[in-house]
Write a protein that binds this ligand. Structure first.
Ligand SMILES: Nc1ncnc2c1ncn2[C@@H]1O[C@H](COP(=O)(O)OP(=O)(O)OP(=O)(O)O)[C@@H](O)[C@H]1O
Ligand SMILES: [Mg+2]
Length: 182
């Protein structure tokens, strides 16, 4: 089973993946592997980042990981992979996300762009276009420690991805936050 861990940059995907690895799980870092295997289309000069060839990456996981027990693929593009079985979207209240992004040393423009993306549920909307709703889970990481978020992921697995109200997609709504911006 292949599980995508996705979310707006700064929601903690990499930090949480490290805990999952310590717990014995296999985790693939999408951005790292895409660069190593040269699954890239080009460069986004505006965003100062590489553009990943999602189709090529999709083929790569089909060849190498389908049929394995549990493999996580972490990265803010992992929900775009059609070959993943389940998608876990990490969410974070914009005020707290701002703090996480500041720790990355990003400039104000890049931080704002990502806060807007989180506020507008961009990643969730993209995931819903590709995957059945019952394969998508959302975790609100706001005020949760990195360990607690990793435990939530393990809880979802132990529950065999059955419906759990607290992780149902579509319940998280940061739209009220927009009033603080004007
Ligand atoms: N739940 C949390 N509690 C406290 N700090 C957190 C939490 N989640 C993330 N952080 C902090 O936020 C920063 C960004 O986290 P991280 O790099 O794991 O995010 P990411 O989702 O992997 O981002 P990117 O998409 O850019 O790779 C780190 O400094 C991390 O320690
Ligand atoms: Mg990361």
């Amino acid at each position: 089973m292949i599980i995508a861990i996705t979310g707006t940059p700064g929601t903690g995907k990499t930090s949480i993946s490290k805990i999952l690895q310590k717990n014995g799980f296999e985790v693939i870092d999408l951005n790292k592997v895409a660069c190593e295997k040269i699954f890239l289309i080009g460069r986004d000069e505006k965003r100062d980042s590489m553009i990943v060839d999602v189709e090529k990456f999709n083929e790569h996981i089909k060849k190498n990981y389908i049929g394995k027990n549990i493999v996580f693929i972490e990265g803010h593009l992992s929900h775009l992979l059609k070959n993943v079985d389940k998608v876990i979207v990490l969410r974070c209240h914009p005020a707290e996300l701002r703090k996480n992004l500041s720790k990355k040393g990003w400039n104000a423009k890049k931080i704002k762009e990502n806060l807007e993306a989180e506020l507008l549920d961009i990643i969730l909307c993209e995931a819903v276009e590709i995957h059945p709703k019952n394969n998508i889970f959302e975790i609100d990481t706001t005020s949760k420690s990195i360990d607690a978020v990793a435990s939530s992921i393990i809880e979802i697995i132990n529950n065999k991805f059955k419906n759990m109200k607290k992780y149902n997609m579509g319940k998280i709504d940061w739209s009220e936050e927009v009033f603080n911006w004007f």
